[in-house]
Design a protein around this ligand. Structure first.
Ligand SMILES: [Cu+2]
Length: 573
C-alpha cells in the first residue's frame, strides 16, 4: 500500500505545472464568486512599518488539477513580512472573500484585541471589510502568521514573519533563507474533516497487516507476538496511528513549492547559511535534515538558545527553529519527511542554479511503544547529562506547587483513554526518530541564551490533560470539548505552571496566545521561551507562564482538525 501511495504522489508531482497559472476552467467560476488566477510570483517580502494584505480566493494548480485556494496578496504562502524590533507596525487586512476571515500573528506578544482570533479577540473581518492592526513590535526573530478562521489556513492562508533585532545577534551568517513547510490538499478541508469523523484512520495507509503479524512471529515467537497484538486490540488502538492526515491527500510544500519544483537556496563557497525553519502546516509534524550537513540550532520559536549541533529536527506544527549550516561547495538536499513517513518535500541548497540534490529515501515508520501509550518510561539508554537535567527526565524530584483543581471528565464521548503512567520524556527524540544513528534535537538540548535564574518560581499549577476519542474523532482537554468548557482563569501578575499530560497517541503542538511559555527542561537557569510546545504521546511536559497580558486569549492544539475541541479560552483577570 505504501509503495502505491508513493507511486501515486510521484506521478502527481511529475504532472504538476511549474506555475500556478492556468487556462479557463468554467466550473470554478460557476458559483458567481470573483476569483483571480494565481501566477507563481517570486517570493514576496514586504518591509517597513505599514502593510496592506488582501485576503482573496485564487485558483491554483499544485497537483495538476486547478483548485481554489485562500490566499494573501494572491500568493501561497502569503508574503513574508519583515518588521523591526521596537517599531510600531500598521497592517491593513482587506477581506475580499465571500465569507468572514481573520489573520492571527503567531507568537507575537501584543494587545489581545490585535491578536486576530474570531470570537475571542474580535468578531473577525467581514466580507468587503478592512481591519487595521496596529501594535508595537517588542521581540525579534522568526515567526509566522495565519488565518484563525477554521479551514482557511489549510487552503493557503499563512506566511512568514522576520523581525530584525535592534541589537546585533549572537551569531554570524552570510545568507538568510526562510524554509517554510506546509501541507496542501486538493480536497476541501470540510471534506477531510467529514472523512475523519466517519473513519478516523481514513488517511492512514500504514496499519498493520497479517503479513506484519507473521514477521513479528518470526522475530518474537507466536506467544509474544500474539500477546502484544492482543494488548493493542484490547485498548482498541493501533501502534501505527501516527498522523490523522497523510500524503494520501497532502502534497507537502517548501516555500510553496512541491518536491519536483525543488525550491533552492544559493550560496557561495565558504558562506555560512542561516535557515529559518517554520512549520506552517495545518496538520503535519515534519522531521527535517540536510544529509551531509550539521545544523547548528541558534533559536527556537524566535528566541536565542545556546547553540547546539544536530543532524535532525522534529518540527511540530507552528514551531520555528533557526539553524546555521556551513555547506561545502556542492548541492545538498533539505529533506522534510512527515512524521508518519507517508511523504516528503525536499529543496536544494546549492552553489549554482542547476545542480539538483538527490533525495534520501524516507525512513521506515516506527510503531508506537508502550511509553507512547503513557505506560512508563522511554527506554533508550540515557545519554550523558547533568544532574539538573536528570531530574526532569527521570522525575526523581519534580517540583511541587499548589495545584488548582479544574473541571475534568474521566469518561464520556470526548475521552476514551487515560495515560496510566505518563512521564517527562524531554530527551526522547520521539517515535520514528529513536535509534536512527543521527543526533536528533530534543527539548532536553534546548537552553535559552539568556539567564532565567532570577525568574520567579510558580505561584500555582494547573494540569491540562490532552484527551480524545479517536473512534469518533473528538478532541478535548480534561475530557471536555471547547463548546462545553468554561474559560481558564489566569490571574494578572502571577507566575503560573502549566503541566500537560498527553493521554492520546498523537503529538499535540500546544499554543498559548499572548504570553510566553517557558519550557521546563530541568535547568531553571535557562528555561526556553517558546510559543508552541510539542507534547509527545503518553508524556508529560511543563512550562511556566508569566501572566503579563490582560484580556481574553486562545489556548489550543495547533493541529487544525483537533483545534475545534482541543481548545480553551483564557481570561486574564
Ligand atoms: Cu492535537
Amino acid at each position: 500500500m505504501k509503495a502505491d501511495l508513493i507511486g501515486r504522489r510521484g506521478f502527481l508531482q511529475s504532472v504538476a505545472a511549474a506555475t500556478l497559472l492556468l487556462g479557463s476552467h468554467k466550473r470554478l467560476f460557476a458559483e458567481g464568486v470573483k476569483r483571480s488566477f494565481g501566477a507563481r510570483k517570486p517570493e514576496e517580502v514586504l518591509e517597513g512599518e505599514e502593510f496592506h494584505l488582501t485576503l482573496e480566493e485564487t485558483v491554483v494548480n499544485i497537483t495538476g488539477t486547478p483548485k481554489v485556494a485562500t490566499t494573501i496578496n494572491g500568493s501561497l504562502p502569503g508574503p513574508t513580512l519583515k518588521w523591526r524590533e521596537g517599531d510600531e507596525v500598521t497592517i491593513h487586512v482587506t477581506n475580499k472573500m465571500p465569507e468572514s476571515a481573520s489573520i492571527h500573528w503567531h507568537g507575537i506578544i501584543l494587545p489581545f484585541n490585535m491578536d486576530g482570533v474570531p470570537g475571542i479577540s474580535y468578531p473577525g473581518i467581514a466580507p468587503g471589510e478592512t481591519f487595521t492592526y496596529r501594535f508595537k513590535v517588542n521581540q525579534s526573530g522568526t515567526y509566522w502568521y495565519h488565518s484563525h478562521t477554521p479551514f482557511h489556513e489549510q487552503t493557503g492562508m499563512h506566511g512568514s514573519i522576520i523581525i530584525e533585532p535592534r541589537e546585533s545577534e549572537p551569531f554570524e551568517y552570510d545568507r538568510d533563507y526562510i524554509v517554510s513547510l506546509s501541507d496542501w490538499s486538493d480536497e476541501k478541508p470540510s471534506a477531510i474533516f467529514r472523512k475523519l469523523k466517519i473513519f478516523s484512520d481514513y488517511y492512514n495507509f500504514n496499519q498493520r497487516t497479517v503479513g506484519d503479524f507473521f514477521e513479528e512471529v518470526k522475530e518474537k515467537g507466536f506467544v509474544e507476538a500474539f500477546k502484544a497484538r492482543k494488548m493493542w486490540n484490547e485498548m482498541r488502538m493501533s501502534d501505527r496511528d501516527l498522523s490523522d492526515v497523510t500524503a494520501y491527500t497532502y502534497t507537502y510544500l517548501m516555500n510553496g513549492m512541491t518536491d519536483s519544483q525543488d525550491w533552492r537556496g544559493l550560496f557561495k563557497k565558504g558562506e555560512k547559511v542561516r535557515l529559518r525553519l517554520i512549520n506552517e502546516s495545518a496538520m503535519t509534524n515534519f522531521d527535517i535534515r540536510i544529509p551531509g550537513l550539521k545544523m547548528e540550532v541558534v533559536a527556537a520559536d524566535g528566541n536565542y538558545v545556546k547553540p547546539v549541533e544536530v543532524d535532525e529536527i522534529r518540527i511540530g506544527v507552528a514551531e520555528t527553529y533557526d539553524v546555521i549550516v556551513k555547506p561545502d561547495d556542492r548541492a545538498y538536499c533539505i529533506f522534510a519527511q512527515s512524521i508518519e513517513r507517508s511523504g516528503f518535500v525536499g529543496g536544494t541548497l546549492a552553489p549554482d542554479s542547476t545542480s539538483k540534490a538527490v533525495r534520501p529515501p524516507m525512513d521506515k515508520p516506527q510503531p508506537l511503544t508502550m511509553a507512547d501509550m503513557g505506560m512508563g518510561a522511554y527506554s533508550e539508554k540515557p545519554k550523558k547529562m547533568n544532574m539538573a537535567h536528570m531530574k526532569m527526565t527521570t522525575e526523581r524530584s519534580e517540583p511541587k506547587y499548589p495545584i488548582t483543581p479544574l473541571p475534568i471528565r474521566r469518561s464520556g464521548p470526548a475521552v476514551t483513554m487515560w495515560a496510566k503512567d505518563p512521564r517527562y520524556r524531554l530527551d526522547d527524540p520521539g517515535v520514528g526518530l529513536r535509534g536512527n544513528g543521527r543526533k536528533v534535537l530534543t527539548y532536553a538540548d534546548l537552553r535559552s541564551l539568556r539567564s532565567t535564574a532570577d525568574d520567579p518560581q510558580p505561584d500555582r499549577e494547573i494540569v491540562l490533560h490532552l484527551t480524545g476519542n479517536m473512534e469518533r474523532y473528538i478532541w478535548s482537554i480534561n475530557g471536555i470539548t471547547y463548546d462545553e468548557s468554561e474559560p481558564l482563569k489566569f490571574n494578572y501578575g502571577e507566575r503560573l505552571r502549566i503541566t500537560f499530560v498527553n493521554d492520546t497517541m498523537m503529538n499535540h503542538p500546544m499554543h498559548l496566545h499572548g504570553m510566553w511559555s517557558d519550557l521546563e527542561t530541568g535547568d531553571d537557569a535557562h528555561l526556553v521561551r517558546k510559543h508552541t510546545l510539542l507534547v509527545q504521546p503518553g508524556s508529560k511536559l511543563s512550562c511556566r507562564v508569566t501572566v503579563d497580558a490582560k484580556g481574553a486569549w486562545a489556548f489550543h492544539c495547533h493541529l487544525l482538525y483537533h483545534m475545534l475541541g482541543m481548545f480553551r479560552k483564557v481570561e486574564v483577570v
